[in-house]
Structure formats: structure tokens, C-alpha cells
Design a protein around this ligand. Sequence first.
Ligand code: ASP
Length: 328
Amino acid sequence: MKIKVLLVIALFTYGCANKSSKPEPKSDWAIALHGGAGNILPEDYTQEQQDAYTHELGCALEIGKKILSDGGTSLDAVEHVVRYLEDCPLFNAGKGAVFTHDGKNELDAAIMDGNGLRAGAVAGVRDIKNPISTARLVMDKSEHVFMVGKGASLFAKSQGAEIVDSTYFYTEKSWKSLQRALDKESVKDKKMGTVGCVALDKSGNLAAATSTGGMTNKRYGRVGDVPIIGSGTYANNNTCAVSATGHGEFFIRYTVSHDISALIEYKGLSLVDAAHQVVNVKLEKAGGKGGIIAVDKHGNMALTMNTPGMFRAFASSKGEQKIAIFKE
Ligand code: ASP
């Protein structure tokens, strides 16, 4: 058992496929989540900080596990997990969102239902407490897929979503991070954020959700990959569900999430091989730093990164479970 678990962990970490092994039995349900990838190194985090992140990732995982094991939908699981992470100040989404160059917060989020390719997204919102739930409202209650700025906020308000004052998003951590970035006048070379979740439910439906404050010191109006369907977020019941984190401009240009799905759909690659090809080969070569979490229709999962770390966790009905921060 221990050897099997270690093998599973090794596959996730290095993104290598073991083509010769017998197919694993299908999972009834599976879930993976992330709290951002980047230059996350053990020496930069005290044990206390690592424990705090591990604790929050664990709490988020339990929310998703409970929904899925009780027979709930993957859509509900990914929305509620991401909502929890949005409310946690440790992560760059919702409450913990980073600051723009002008000292404001502009949040992006998207959700996708692999059943019927339905999707909803918001970008550049400044007063919505939980952008992921507004993305879901856009999907469920509007005729649209993508709403931005003021229009998205007005829509959220009309649907009863919680609106907050801009001071809600202040955290010392994000403010200091902006000051450091302003000193260097750069959005590069820093830890990245974003939260996301992908899930397969007992009915065989896949879903993905991602939410972010974007990148520290980004310019007014900059939108990253997260709300762009096929870049930072994608789900298709025929292939997989993907949520990304990293340098958004690269993830947009390389349509990372859809590319992984397309490699499965058109080339027949396994999920782990497809994720490896896109993140560790294509993106790495281009200089695009980040990672993805993904689950396929069989419940196979990939948590693949080309950075030293990614806050992440996964679990399945087969008893697999792990929470990790650094690359192993
Ligand atoms: N991908 C996000 C963006 O570019 C940032 C991140 O994941 O850290 O907005």
C-alpha cells in the first residue's frame, strides 16, 4: 500500500506516465485543489507558516471531499472549495487578493461545467466578496459567459451576491508585496498566487473553478488567464478539468488548460502525459512559470508544476490523499 501511494505521488510530482502499469480502477469521485504556484522555497517559510498553509488546504479539501462523497455535484464542490480559499487571507484570491500598481484590487474568476461545456467568468471586479460565486451566477443565471468590471458588479448585486467595501481586501502581506514590487518596478520574479479546484463527481461530471487577485503590481485593467476559458480554467466531460496558476500572460498565449484537454482528445495522451507536455515541455521552453491541477473522467489526477512549489492537495474515493507545498 505504502509503495503504491509513493508511486502515485511520484507520478504527480514529476508528471511522468507509467504506461506499462495496468489501468487503475476508476474513482467514484476525485478532487484536487491549489493555492498558487511560484518560487515557493522551504527557506522562505517558517514551520508555523507551512503548518498554517497545510491546515487551510486541508480544510478546503475536506469541504470538497464531503460534498463529493455525499453524492453532491463537482460544480458545487469546486465552487465551495474556492469560496473557502477566497475567504482565507493566506491566498491571492478574494480576501487575500494582491494589489495593482495603483494600490487597488481587481479580481478575476471562472467556473466551468464539463457537462455541456457551460461556463461563467468575471474579470476586474473590485467589490465582490466571492468572485467565484458570481462567475457561477453568470453561468447559471445569465445568457452570457464573461462579464467584467462594473457590469459584473451590478449583475452580482442584482443576484444578491455579497458586495464589500474595497478596504475588505486589505491585507498587510499583499500591501507589503506591492511595495517590494514597486521598488523593483516588476511583476516578475515573485511568488504567484491564485486558488483553484477541479473535481469529478459520482455522476461522472467534471468541473473546474479558479479565482485570483492576479499579479502584484499589474496595471489597471490587466486581465490574466484565470477567467479566460481554455487558458486558466477548462472542463470537458470527454477529457478533463483543469485549473491553472502562474504567469498569466503565458497561460493565455499557450491556452494551457485547453491544450491539455486537446492532447487527450485528439492525440489520446494520458492526463499526466498531457499535463507534462504542456507545463514541463512547452511552457518551460517558453519561459512561462506556473502549474496546473487536473482530473480526468476516470478520476486520474495530475498536479504538475515547473516552479519550485505549488500549494496543493488532492483526494479520491480510492483513498488517495495528500497535501503538499514544495516540489518533491
Ligand atoms: N495566473 C494568475 C494571473 O496571471 C496569477 C497566478 O496564478 O499567480 O492572473
